[in-house]
Design a protein around this ligand. Structure first.
Ligand SMILES: *Cc1c(COP(=O)(O)O)cnc(C)c1O
Length: 390
């Protein structure tokens, strides 16, 4: 068992208060640092981002914006309108810009889609990203579909489509790879699932972690754009916070039928992207940037999968198979996830996500993000020390 001392218990209490004030999300590092100045956090394995992509963005920002005195313009002038930013992404996404809706983070796209296009009901596989059931309209019903623990929370399309049919559901969600477990539905299976669900009003596919997934050792980037063209009821939603490591910018997009984008833009979202995000979106027409990004994406996937393999070798925990950039671990020896989370934070400065509040998970779970190679080594060492002592 993990032994918590008086300091640890005090930290646990403060964290619980901060968490209570953050709803179903974790308090940010900035919030923690402000509230607990004596706490030394050295690794943020709670937030799920590619740190190498953040480094790349910083280089681009310095050489292309700051060095060229562009910051003042980015702050002084209005950014482009939503449909103009969409044009900047169209070539990169291989789809015409009228299909693209730009969001102030994916969270805004989720909100817009749920509020405008999801009436009556929505099927949400759990465990999941909480906004999908928290942001639905008051008059829409959420139908929770439990992903099977005995199949590592991987979606079984047979069971899922049956659930949808039995409940006469009109809308459904798929997050691929899923958060918080990282399970992945292969492309062909996903397509088969969509083919069976043509009759639904809307199928949301959240592809926020898709850049971390791969189908074979070539690590080729997977794209669902073709699926959105083939099935007109599909809405793709993508956050750029995780794969590009820029959560503070607030950048995301949706791909959907043209009339839906038109509906959304008719009554809002005109300048919802700020000047710095526009600078970021401009990078998608820069082949040199895209090549550099592709390199950091691939090396991060390789390191991440090595990290998961090493996690899998630690006694007393189960590491769930993941094609995202985080791993869900289950504690098997009676250790409480919350205690492990506190121990990692207080003794090692490592911030992780205890999953106690996640509906659809039964047991003690922690979600750990893959960071830089060196940080991953530190996380592994901390876990090995903790579990060899108890
Ligand atoms: C983090 C996350 C989002 C929200 O991303 P933002 O672009 O930062 O708003 C959406 N969907 C999933 C599955 C996520 O994990």
């Amino acid at each position: 068992m993990i032994h918590l001392n008086a300091n640890d218990l005090a930290l646990a209490k403060s964290l619980a208060q901060l968490k209570a004030a953050s709803g179903s999300h974790s308090p940010s590092i900035a919030t923690l640092k402000e509230a607990l100045p004596s706490l030394k956090i050295t690794i943020d394995a709670c937030f799920l981002s590619n740190p190498y992509a953040t480094d790349l963005f910083m280089q681009e920002l310095e050489s292309k914006l700051l060095a060229k005195q562009g910051l003042r313009d980015a702050l002084e002038f209005y950014p482009s309108q939503n449909h103009i930013i969409a044009q900047k992404l169209a070539k990169y996404l291989h789809i015409d810009s009228p299909h693209i809706f730009i969001g102030n983070g994916a969270i805004e796209v989720i909100q817009a889609v749920l509020h405008n296009f999801v009436q009556t009901n929505l099927v949400v596989p759990i465990p999941t990203f909480s906004s999908y059931y928290e942001f639905v309209r008051n008059d829409a019903k959420v139908l929770l579909y439990k992903l099977p623990k005995e199949q590592n929370y991987t979606l079984d399309i047979e069971a899922y489509t049956k659930f949808i049919k039995d409940h006469n559901a009109k809308n459904a969600l798929l997050i691929n790879p899923n958060n918080p477990d990282g399970s992945y539905i292969p492309y062909d299976t996903l397509r088969e699932c969509l083919a069976r669900l043509r009759h639904l009003d809307t199928i949301i596919i959240d592809e926020s972690f898709l850049h971390f997934a791969y189908e074979d050792s070539s690590l080729e980037q997977i794209s669902y754009t073709k699926l959105a063209q083939e099935f007109s009821n599909v809405v793709l939603i993508k956050s750029m916070s995780k794969d590009f490591g820029v959560a503070g910018l607030r950048a995301g997009y949706g791909i959907m039928a043209e009339n839906r984008v038109r509906d959304l833009l008719r009554n809002g979202y005109l300048w919802n992207v700020n000047g710095l995000s526009e600078f970021f979106f401009n990078l998608f027409s820069d082949d040199e940037f895209l090549q550099k990004y592709e390199r950091v994406r691939r090396s991060y996937i390789t390191q991440t999968q090595e990290f998961f393999k090493a996690l899998g070798q630690i006694n007393s925990i189960k590491t769930y198979p993941s094609k995202a950039n985080f791993a869900l671990i289950e504690l098997l020896n009676g250790t409480k996830a919350q205690d492990l989370c506190i121990k990692l934070l207080s003794s090692y400065g490592i911030y992780t996500r205890s999953c106690n509040d996640k509906i659809g998970l039964e047991g003690e779970f922690l979600r750990i993000a893959s960071r830089s190679e060196q940080e991953n080594a530190q996380i592994l060492q901390a876990l090995q020390e903790i579990f060899s002592a108890c």
